[in-house]
Write a protein that binds this ligand. Structure first.
Ligand SMILES: Nc1ncnc2c1ncn2[C@@H]1O[C@H](COP(=O)(O)OP(=O)(O)OP(=O)(O)O)[C@@H](O)[C@H]1O
Length: 691
């Protein structure tokens, strides 16, 4: 009832909020909250009146007590002491709470910063198959539980401090209980039921949470699963384009109605179902009824005693209140103590997991050299980065490219029964331009992923410059290679950094970034962005501007468009939209990053891998790109994966035609045309379109 009234009130505020929001208006209050600049328009008088209203009530109360005291004899000295004592207690407790806050907040922030770096490092060092492993994902999640504003390490420290405080509180309240309460008549009769109720309630809560520590739940109701899927389809912005473009809305509305009508009336998400279930079980359980009965027993006991000794009623009434409240508070303290002790062990376990994630072994590992093996035998621990051979032996050699050889390579993705590559062998000489062509799913991208050592082959050997890549230092190998993946992503950083990350060693050199943007064909549209190279195409979710009940005419704030759709998931390039940029423009930023890495920064890269680099480019841009690449590569080795023949294959030194995980033809364009095989057939098919 209250909630619905409040919701109505909120709606009212929103509807009434006409005009625009101006952060610089005189009615707007500015506050710096950490890294956030907060602007608040002060419109609600009611909230500021609350403390004054409270004060006036307290004054009225005091007046009532005064009138009562006026008609009896009061020891004014005692009254003064009691009032002063309790006031001092209130002030002291307030001060101590503030002091604790002053100490704990900076401490918590310091620990949080320390562990955020620790977590970042532990996450960033994992390779693809390790990171994709569900067990590793679970381990990472467990190591970073969502504690409100608290790191797990800090919560262990505060739990230990709290444990100490509660123990002290318990000890002192025991003394008070003994001295004050036991002097009262019938005190035991009143204390015992309060204690029993407290412990029964605690044990029921504790058992419920205990059973929830390990659990699994599933549903076989197909209609429910479908209805949840349909809800996801309409609520996630990434699907909106397809829904609108294909006029799907009426169809999915109809489908949703049908599915909901078929569903049993009690069908609900798991959390809601379990909440309803527990509530119902509690309402009907004998245990709950017993607790309710016991809760009322002190009053019953008091009534019986009052009937037996009517003269003592006023004193007993005061005792009843004193004893029940004091004993309940005491029992609460014991419960808190038990709860804190239980949570410490859980938190300690989480801290241990925090350190274990740093030791998760990567699946793509480097084989140590003979000398390193001997060094290890002598207990010299080698770090992951130093394991294996350095590459290349002579840095100048990169300028003339890197040779690549596959020897009987077979590969299956983790958990996949099918071969993505089966017994594949070929050799690409230094400085050659190789194009891998073939149907969808034939294994082209997989070849590039294996060269970059995102995965290791299940069988066979891959060699670069005649050296088995499993023995080369991973850092060295990846520095010497530049890859542009088909499913590239744009990072949730500024446009400038999106390009600069191609070569992090020169990320402060803006002239190189500009040059790379020019080569990637991105410079023209970047200049038109509101913040040019500093623009964030999509701010990361946690750093997005926050709003509440903005006036309806507000379309821009802080120089950015207002995005009332709220926080979106981290953005990626490729097929999904990034605000304000077309697919081709996103691809140009990714290309600029690649140019930054392999062309602008001379000397580091000897092998360039491209997975469908022109998929989103128009024909002119595609032609220009290939021209630029051929001119700029000098004699570095280049490998392309592509569906499109022509622009590239005519210039290729080697074409690999791959079908169904196997290389079926190889040679130059002319050789393959003369052979009249699959390559020739597909070439003619594509050429016919232009006749
Ligand atoms: N991460 C993955 N996990 C499991 N299987 C995968 C994964 N990536 C690709 N595959 C499978 O491996 C096979 C080869 O895929 P690959 O991406 O190499 O093909 P492709 O020739 O590049 O295709 P396309 O032309 O469509 O890009 C396909 O059957 C695909 O379904």
């Amino acid at each position: 009832m209250f909630n619905s009234r409040r919701r109505r009130a909120q709606k009212q505020t929103y509807i009434e909020a006409k005009g625009t929001f101006d952060p610089h208006a005189p009615t707007v209050k500015y506050e710096k909250i950490g890294i956030w600049d907060q602007y608040t328009e002060q419109r609600t008088l009611v909230v500021s009146l609350i403390p004054a209203t409270k004060l006036s009530y307290r004054a009225q109360l005091l007046e009532i007590v005064q009138t009562a005291v006026d008609h009896r004899t009061v020891d004014s000295h005692k009254l003064f002491n009691a009032v002063l004592g309790s006031s001092v207690c209130v002030v002291a407790s307030r001060f101590s709470q503030t002091a604790v806050l002053w100490i704990t907040r900076p401490l918590n922030r310091y620990i949080r910063r320390f562990y955020s770096i620790h977590m970042f490092k532990a996450n960033a060092r994992l390779d693809v198959p390790t990171f994709d492993d569900p067990a590793v994902q679970q381990q990472l999640e467990q190591a970073s539980p969502q504690h409100y504003d608290q790191t797990i390490a800090f919560s262990v420290i505060s739990s230990i401090v709290r444990l100490f405080c509660v123990t002290l509180e318990l000890f002192t309240s025991m003394l008070v209980l003994y001295r004050v309460l036991l002097q009262q008549e019938d005190s035991w009769l009143l204390i015992v039921p309060s204690f029993i109720v407290m412990f029964m309630e605690y044990s029921s809560v504790f058992t419920a949470t205990q059973t929830e520590m390990i659990w699994a739940a599933t549903t076989n109701n197909k209609d429910f699963v479908q209805s949840e899927g349909l809800k996801g389809l309409i609520s996630n912005p990434i699907h909106r384009k397809e829904i609108v473009a294909s006029g799907l809305a009426p169809f999915i509305i109809k489908r949703f109605q049908q599915v909901v009508q078929r569903m049993p009336i009690g069908a609900a998400p798991y959390r809601q179902s379990i909440r309803d279930h527990k509530l119902m079980r509690w309402q009907t359980s004998l245990y709950g009824i017993l607790i309710e009965l016991l809760r009322g027993s002190p009053e019953l006991i008091f009534a019986v005693r009052a009937v037996q000794k009517p003269m003592t009623v006023p004193v007993s009434l005061a005792s009843l209140e004193l004893i029940t409240s004091a004993s309940t508070a005491f029992a609460h303290t014991i419960v808190r103590l038990a709860r804190d002790t239980a949570s410490i062990s859980e938190s300690c376990l989480a801290v241990r997991q925090l350190y274990q994630i740093n030791k998760i072994p990567n699946k793509v590992a480097v084989k140590p050299t003979k000398m390193q093996l001997e060094a290890q035998a002598h207990l010299t621990r080698l770090s992951e980065e130093n394991l294996g051979l350095s590459f290349p032996e002579n840095a100048q050699s990169l300028a003339s490219g890197i040779s690549v050889e596959f020897r009987n390579v077979s590969f299956r993705y983790p958990d996949s029964p099918e071969y993505a590559l089966h017994n594949v062998s070929f050799k690409i000489e230094k400085g050659q331009l190789c194009v891998i062509v073939g149907n969808n799913g034939s294994g082209k991208s997989t070849i590039l992923k294996l060269i970059a050592r995102l995965y290791d082959p299940c069988e066979g050997q891959i060699l670069v410059d005649g050296i088995d890549i499993s023995t080369i230092r991973l850092g060295d190998l990846r520095r010497a290679i530049s890859v542009l993946f088909q499913d590239y992503t744009l990072f949730p950083v500024s446009v400038k950094d999106n390009i600069a990350f191609g070569d992090p060693y020169h990320d402060a050199d803006f002239s190189k970034i500009e040059q790379a943007a020019k080569l990637g064909g991105a410079d023209a549209f970047i200049e038109k962005l509101p913040e040019k190279y500093e623009e964030y195409l999509q701010r990361p979710g946690t750093a997005q501007d926050q709003y509440s009940s903005l006036p309806e005419g507000t379309t821009t704030l802080f120089g950015r468009p207002v995005d009332l759709a709220g926080v979106r998931s981290a953005f990626r390039g490729g097929s999904t939209t990034t605000r304000g940029l077309s697919g081709g423009q996103q691809q140009r930023i990714a290309l600029s990053r690649m140019f930054m890495r392999s062309v602008v920064s001379e000397g580091m890269v000897g092998l360039l891998l491209f997975d469908e680099p022109s998929a989103s480019l128009d024909p002119t841009a595609e032609h220009d790109l290939f021209e630029r690449l051929r001119k700029l590569r000098m004699s570095k080795t280049m490998i392309f994966s592509s569906h499109r023949f022509g622009n590239l294959t005519k210039h290729a030194d080697l074409i690999l035609y791959i079908n169904d995980s196997v290389v079926v033809e190889e040679g130059t364009h002319d050789e393959l045309l003369r052979r009249g095989g699959d390559y020739c057939r597909v070439w003619n098919l594509q050429a016919q379109a232009f006749l």
